[in-house]
Design a protein around this ligand. Structure first.
Ligand SMILES: NC(=O)c1ccc[n+]([C@@H]2O[C@H](COP(=O)([O-])OP(=O)(O)OC[C@H]3O[C@@H](n4cnc5c(N)ncnc54)[C@H](O)[C@@H]3O)[C@@H](O)[C@H]2O)c1
Length: 325
């Protein structure tokens, strides 16, 4: 039985959509929940304490423990206030689900700078400014769980989502470092790539999302098929760290970021033409390594088989400059 009795969890973006589903599932399992949501529109404009208040109230009315926080998670003071509230109200902070976010779509050449910056703020800074002070609390306690919300749109790509994809893949960078640094302090960090039938999904689909077919598809993206995965990752029973799980439509899977065995090795000298001629071996996925850190990847490269000696000894060709100086 995965229980959160005596555990305190902070969920950013907990006032709506997937975040609300995480709050309710965690509270149902006994967690005291900080519902952190500043109630912005899907483009990051506006602000409303209502969504966080409503979710926190519904948890309390069901007999659970919850408090609302409507600060902006993307600011240093807003993130700190949410962490402080968890400690003041419930005496500890055991897990953070960094879930807050917004959306915008445009062709890459038309992406407005201020939209790109807003996407980085509401996803990446909103995670960083909560996780940094939260990590310090967890390190002192010798225990913690961090769940970073990423997206397949970032990890694998989705046309039109330049800023969103950049921010969501950046969440994996935060997770990687938190997992490696957290290991010595009992802090586990993982990420999830969810999909859910939420207002963000509707905003992205626009008018197309209103057809019967689109509605039927969106209804397959059930929030109750994602929330249990987050509950597991946020729990004491979670034995994973430094992992990325994909969860939607009832399927849970793991992302593997690996590097092929490759071609060449230490000391190799080769030309661009050699690279082109050896693409099959460079890309060959057999014997792929999933590095646990940059050091595994370096060891992999430094212990690679050297090239046959004739390729090894070849000097790179120089390209004649059209305008010698
Ligand atoms: N819905 C999907 O299919 C899907 C797919 C992949 C990833 N995600 C990710 O899941 C998360 C939740 O998405 P959703 O679909 O539930 O969206 P949503 O719009 O329903 O909820 C997001 C919530 O985040 C809050 N928020 C935004 N910026 C904030 C800030 N700076 N401080 C505090 N709160 C803030 C908003 O007010 C909103 O209530 C997002 O990170 C999103 O990128 C969603």
């Amino acid at each position: 039985m995965i229980s959160f009795t005596d555990r305190v969890v902070l969920v950013t973006g907990g006032g709506r959509g997937l975040g609300e589903a995480y709050c309710l599932e965690l509270a149902r399992r006994g967690a005291a929940v900080v519902v952190h949501d500043n109630g912005v529109e899907t483009d990051g404009s506006g602000g409303d304490p209502g969504p966080a208040d409503d979710v926190a109230r519904s948890i309390r009315e069901a007999g659970g423990r919850a408090v609302a926080c409507a600060t902006d998670a993307s600011t240093e003071s807003g993130g700190q206030a949410a962490v402080d509230l968890a400690v003041e109200e419930f005496g500890r902070l055991d897990a953070i689900v960094a879930n807050a976010g917004i959306i915008h779509e445009d062709p890459i050449s038309d992406w407005p700078t201020e939209r790109f910056e807003a996407l980085l703020r509401h996803h990446l800074l909103a995670a960083f400014h909560v996780v940094r002070p939260g990590f310090a609390v967890m390190r002192s306690a010798g225990y913690g769980r961090l769940v970073f919300v990423s997206s397949a749109a970032g990890v694998f790509g989705q046309p039109g989502l330049t800023g969103y994809a950049t921010a969501k893949t950046g969440m994996l960078g935060l997770m990687n470092v938190a997992a490696l640094e957290g290991a010595a302090f009992g802090i586990g960090a993982n990420a999830i790539m969810p999909m859910g039938d939420t207002r963000m999904a509707m905003a992205l689909m626009g008018e197309a999302g209103k057809t019967a077919d689109a509605r039927a598809f969106l209804e397959t993206l059930r929030l109750d098929q994602v929330a249990p995965v987050v509950a597991y990752l946020a729990s004491e029973q979670c034995t994973l760290t430094h992992r990325v799980l994909s969860a939607f439509s009832g399927r849970v899977a793991a992302l593997q970021i690996g590097v092929t065995r490759g071609w060449g090795g230490p000391g190799a000298a080769f030309t661009a033409e050699d690279v082109a001629a050896n693409l099959d071996q460079i890309l060959d996925p057999s014997g792929i390594l999933v590095p646990g850190s940059i050091f595994d990847e370096m060891e992999h490269a430094l212990t690679a088989e050297p090239l046959p000696s004739d390729e090894q000894s070849r000097q790179p060709e120089t390209i004649p400059s059209p305008n010698p100086v």
